[in-house]
Design a protein around this ligand. Structure first.
Ligand SMILES: [Zn+2]
Length: 279
């Protein structure tokens, strides 16, 4: 079960770091199948989303988050990268409400020890989650929080994060950007990352925007590229001109693809009136 989930359900951010340390790109790229090695070998302008310094989404940007309510303790399965397995936990269950979409669950590992500590942790993410465009956020069904320092991971509908890593990301002004990457996995991957249109855009571009994307073109290219594309399209002043030119030169077809996506309005049910204990 765990190996199956590991290989098929969740996308591992940490592989990129491993690639960088070991310099294994060419062999792995050649094995990846979809993209010819000659194409993938062109040098991407950046290492990975996690390593870039651009503050594409700032803490002061508006957010669709409205309030957080506490539902109580309940049993939920949580994938935990620290042990590479999935367990039932008696989690703290919260519901995050937004003004443009239905709410979703935030589940907090009981290791946080009290409702108050769990709520304080959950509130570190709520405003940044509301900053994500609906087209990236509407697929999130459950947001899980553990302690510890593993990199974030996500599968269809689910994101798991680790509080020490979050502290690092906040210190880098990069929590919002990391959540955008994971939201792509949660919301868009299943429909688009292996679609004919995306693969045609990859082939047309002939390059990748990060080495992490190049190392895992099937799993990570869309999540990696989407952030840079989002920055160029929605906040063009936040990526320096020289870097903007590099990104445009590397992946113009994928930027056009993401632009089309961002122009879509997902059909979601209206936001319900939050419960009275929501604040
Ligand atoms: Zn990823």
């Amino acid at each position: 079960m765990s190996a199956f989930v590991m290989l098929n359900g969740y996308i591992e951010e940490s592989i990129g770091a491993l690639m960088r340390r070991t310099g294994l790109f060419p062999g792995l790229i050649a094995l990846s199948g979809l993209i010819p090695a000659s194409i993938a070998a062109a040098d991407p302008p950046f290492s990975s989303t996690a390593d870039t310094v651009f503050d594409i989404i700032t803490v002061d940007d508006p957010s669709h988050f409205t309030c957080l309510s506490y539902t109580g303790r309940t049993t939920r399965q949580m994938w935990d990268k620290r042990v590479d397995n999935e367990f039932d936990f008696n989690v703290y269950l919260f519901t995050a409400h937004f003004d443009d979409s239905p709410p979703f669950d935030i589940i907090v590992n009981p290791e946080f020890g009290s409702r108050e500590a769990a709520e304080a942790e959950a509130r570190r993410y709520t405003r940044p989650l509301g900053q994500l465009p609906l087209v990236l956020r509407h697929g999130i069904r459950q947001f899980g929080i553990h302690k510890g320092n593993p990199t974030f991971s996500a599968g269809a509908g689910k994101i798991f994060v680790y509080s020490d890593r979050t502290t690092t990301r906040i210190g880098q002004n990069h929590l919002e950007e990391s959540l955008l990457h994971e939201a792509v996995h949660a919301t868009l991957d299943r429909k688009y990352r292996q679609s004919d249109e995306w693969i045609a855009a990859q082939v047309s571009d002939g390059r990748f925007v990060t080495r992490y994307a190049a190392s895992r073109p099937e799993r990570e290219d869309m999540a990696e590229t989407a952030l840079f594309a989002y920055g160029l399209i929605r906040h063009p002043g936040r990526i320096p001109p020289v870097d903007s030119r590099d990104i445009l030169a590397a992946v113009p077809a994928r930027i056009a693809f993401v632009k089309d996506l961002l122009n879509q309005t997902p059909q979601v049910p209206p936001a319900p009136v939050p419960p009275e204990n929501c604040h």
